[in-house]
Design a protein around this ligand. Structure first.
Ligand SMILES: C[S@@+](CC[C@H](N)C(=O)[O-])C[C@H]1O[C@@H](n2cnc3c(N)ncnc32)[C@H](O)[C@@H]1O
Length: 376
């Protein structure tokens, strides 16, 4: 039997351990939500001019962490559900929502399971970002989840670290060096760190984590392929955390950007996309794509629509009935893929000795060969 590690369990342990430190940190300002009913997270404050009116929208926040952005969106009038695979994060988010008196509930689940847990076509708004996509091996599967969750006419709002930023060596304090893949790879970059991105004295023991980059063309192409229409796209020279320590400084807007010539770096982007209400021609092309969709044995990298170049497909329109049928196919495909991977994991032994204990990798160390098996 081939022994394959469970990247999801490794990453979850890493996130579980960060939660108390994040709740206690100044950066997340958790206690301000209870004290000040008008307080919003820095992330949602940045997004607010782009978000438009969210009052009355049924929203889901994927990878909601401790709920500060979810609660902020609820404060802007959306009825929010937050989803995260970390039990402690979900518990902290529930506590925050109760203290803040916010209209938000939370579920503990993997992103790829979201349509199974929350249902298909239920949401007007999918909100996500700021260190979310990098934890997912396939942006194609993520886009299928987003499209499945949205009702026709519903929209995605994402602000995320730019793939150009994720490709840089963040251990260097005096130069910008491209050290990691820009394009999605089957194998993650694995790193080992006792630290986190907020100010804290806590040093962590679940130090290992696996991350994946996704190129802009891959992200946009994956959304097009799911029948989403891009309605807004902006690149920003800033991020809401100190992503390149030693090279960034905090501005009066609370955002971090390069201290010298910030115009050199696209540090983050915001993207909005709408699920088509009508998709005429696209119905047959999407049906064709669904038929060609690789099965569970295929590589997610090959699943990505833009492998071998960033080819973008236009989002055309067709009838509501067809979109719903197509959503069901997407939902079925996502569920089938997830279930089969999940089942395989259950019968797999986790090679603890190889990944933890005495073995310590450096930032950017490649996964042992066997890791790729989970995604292969
Ligand atoms: C950096 S936080 C992003 C959230 C938000 N930007 C914030 O700072 O509050 C990343 C979150 O993704 C969650 N996460 C990572 N992989 C996940 C997965 N496969 N399914 C669900 N949640 C996941 C982690 O538990 C963590 O809470």
């Amino acid at each position: 039997m081939r022994v394959v590690p469970d990247y999801s369990a490794i990453n979850r342990a890493n996130w579980d351990e960060r939660v108390p430190a994040h709740v206690a940190s100044r950066d997340y300002a958790v206690e301000r939500f209870a004290r000040d009913p008008s307080f919003l997270s820095g992330v949602v404050s940045f997004d607010r001019p782009r978000l438009g009116d969210v009052r009355g929208l049924r929203g889901v926040h994927l990878q909601c962490h401790i709920g500060t952005d979810t609660v902020s969106l609820a404060r802007l009038g959306a009825r929010m559900t937050g989803l995260d695979f970390s039990g402690p994060a979900v518990a902290a988010a529930r506590k925050l929502a109760a203290a803040a008196g916010a209209d938000a509930d939370f579920v503990e689940a993997d992103v790829y399971e979201a349509p199974v847990v929350l249902g298909s076509g239920e949401f007007d708004l999918v909100y996500t970002g700021v260190g979310a996509l990098c934890w997912l091996p396939s942006v194609g599967r993520w886009a299928a989840v987003v499209a499945s969750l949205l009702r026709p006419g519903g929209r995605l709002f994402i602000r995320e670290g730019h793939p150009m930023l994720w490709a840089l060596d963040d251990a260097l304090s005096d130069e910008l060096v491209v050290a990691y893949p820009y394009f999605e790879q089957v194998r993650p970059v694995v790193y080992d760190s006792e630290l986190t991105y907020v100010e804290t004295d806590v040093r962590f023991s679940a130090t290992r984590a696996a991350v994946w980059n996704h190129g802009l063309g891959e992200i946009i192409g994956a959304l097009f392929a799911e029948g989403m229409r891009i309605t807004a796209f902006e690149e920003h020279d800033s991020v809401p955390w100190n992503a390149l320590p030693g090279q960034m400084e905090r501005g009066s807007d609370g955002e971090w950007r390069l201290a010298e010539q910030p115009s050199r770096l696209a540090a983050s982007y915001t993207l909005q996309a709408e699920k088509a209400v009508r998709t005429g021609q696209a119905a047959s092309s999407r049906t064709g794509r669904a038929a060609r969709r690789p099965g569970p044995g295929s590589s997610p990298a090959r699943e990505s629509p833009s492998k071998g170049g960033s080819r973008l497909h236009g989002g055309e329109s067709s009838g509501r009935r067809v979109v719903r049928a197509s959503s069901r196919r997407t939902f079925a495909a996502v569920t089938k893929t997830f279930r089969s991977r999940h089942d395989r994991r259950e019968s797999i032994t986790f090679p603890h000795a190889e990944l933890g204990g005495a073995h310590h990798s450096r930032v950017g160390e490649r996964l042992p060969e066997c890791w790729s098996g989970l995604m292969a």
